[in-house]
Design a protein around this ligand. Structure first.
Ligand code: SF4
Length: 458
């Protein structure tokens, strides 16, 4: 039976007040966009309306109350946040129907309230954030990393995917707006920006890579310009964020971002969803940038930037996949030596063209191939991680533990080769007592297993 894909809930936003409130609004919208919400430009189309209020002056309070009143009258499903949220009783007394009231800078609470009011329908087939939810339906991104969504929709027609019919053609966000959002995130404590979209390398194709002014110079709506500018951002203490590119198809112009990685301007990491390697399967999948010379290009990229980590995902058991196709994929993986690999068994999604293809692969065979690809990629990963033992690598901390009986503090972090949630971890011992999530430490790698590294600050 085909899997049904839900359409995304829509959020309207009314943002009042000072530049700090605007940062909050952008931060909230960044997260909601990444969670799969669509934005509604008007009240009528919104499943829920957020009013980000200002409570600094009486006149601002009046303006905020008027905005809440208008949103209640026009839509009815309203969540209040921002400075006036600190006066929840006054708001509730006047507008008993508001769904939730949260205070200034309470990103997590307001995002949770939106999840409650208009739950995102979870689907691994359309979600861009991996495992973004726990069993309760909400798992919020810590503040030290942020997903930055640069476009909606997609111009391709992969036969297993219904995103283009669900989300429409590629619609790139203005590059100056994306950069402003990223700059504010970095100033507010984001140490790692994860660039996401359905097709990051196609960014700006729909607007012919139009130029916008950013600071004092023009930038093109293009992945390379975006990467360079993101790499140039600095926080209040002059620190650059890690910049990680996801969902990049290997179009020829992707070659231009590799030198930026070699220079240390962006994180040496590329997430390329190859999905398969066999030309026959890729043809039936109708994949973009399906070209024979990918292995040569991977080699060339590694020559320029030896530390580049390449992650990818693959589907096994696509209709018509023969044993020869699957073995071609395993051999290709031996050659490609990808650093991180996710594998999925093909499942039909309601409305996808692939469902009509002949020669469905039996479930038992899908399972067998899944086990074989996992074994292959685990062995490649283990060998690659062994080679890191003895090196000193920058590691971003995600969680810091409590001191044990000897006073040692452990922490969990990630190297530049590891994106949150989908890749491996670096387990640390003996981190400094004042360590906090988001800190970046130089770590000597002491040990490795199939997916993770172990070490201590050097
Ligand atoms: S590139 Fe293919 S798989 Fe990705 S969103 Fe577009 S149609 Fe779907």
């Amino acid at each position: 039976m085909a899997i049904e894909i839900p359409s995304p809930p829509k959020v309207g936003m009314v943002s009042l007040g000072c530049p700090k409130a605007l940062v909050d609004s952008e931060r909230i919208l960044t997260r909601l966009r990444a969670d799969g919400y669509a934005m509604s430009p008007d009240y009528a189309g919104a499943d829920v309306v957020l009013v980000n209020t200002c409570g600094f002056l009486d006149s601002a309070k009046e303006e905020s109350l008027a905005a809440i009143g208008e949103a209640i009258a026009e839509n009815g499903r309203v969540i209040v946040t921002g400075c006036m949220g600190n006066e929840a009783d006054a708001i509730r007394a006047r507008f008993p129907d508001v769904l939730a009231v949260t205070g200034a800078h309470q990103y997590e609470a307001v995002v949770e309230a939106v999840h409650d009011a208009a739950p995102p329908e979870l689907s691994p087939y359309v979600d861009l954030i991996p495992q973004a939810y726990d069993e309760a339906g909400v798992k919020l991104t810590p503040r030290h990393y942020s997903y930055l969504k640069i476009s909606e929709g997609c111009n391709h027609a992969c036969s297993f995917c219904i995103i283009p019919s669900l989300r429409g053609k590629l619609a790139s966000r203005r590059i100056d707006a994306v950069l402003r959002e990223a700059e504010k995130l970095v100033q507010a404590g984001t140490r790692e920006l994860l660039v996401i979209s359905q097709d990051t390398s196609a960014y700006g194709v729909d607007v012919r890579h139009e130029e916008r002014m950013w600071k004092d110079h023009p930038v093109r709506t293009h992945m390379t310009d975006l990467a360079r500018e993101l790499g140039g951002l600095r926080d209040g203490s002059g620190q650059a964020p890690w910049v990680r590119l996801h969902y990049v198809y290997p179009y020829p112009h992707v070659d231009a971002v590799i030198p930026l990685m070699a220079e240390g301007l962006i994180t040496p990491y590329l997430d390329i969803p190859f999905q398969h390697a066999s030309p026959a399967v890729l043809k039936r999948m109708k994949r973009p940038a399906n070209e024979a010379r990918v292995l040569e290009r991977l080699r060339a990229w590694r020559d320029i930037c030896p530390d580049i980590a390449i992650r990818s995902s693959f589907v096994v058991g696509f209709p018509g996949e023969t044993e020869a196709d699957f073995e071609y994929l395993l051999d290709w993986l031996d050659e490609a030596q990808l650093d991180r690999v996710g594998a999925f068994r093909f499942e039909p999604v309601a409305g996808a063209a692939a469902n009509d293809l002949p020669d469905a692969v039996p479930e038992s065979l899908k399972e067998e191939r899944y086990a074989r690809i996992m074994e292959k990629t685990a062995a490649i990963s283990a060998a690659k991680l062994q080679a890191r033992i003895g090196r000193v690598l920058p590691v971003i901390l995600d969680e810091v533990g409590e001191p044990d009986e000897d006073g040692d503090i452990g922490a969990t972090g990630r190297s530049q080769a590891d994106a949150p949630e989908i890749d491996g971890a670096v387990y640390l011992r003996n981190v400094p007592a004042d360590s906090a999530p988001g800190d970046i430490l130089n770590v000597r790698i002491e040990d490795a297993d199939e997916h993770d590294l172990f070490g201590a600050p050097s």
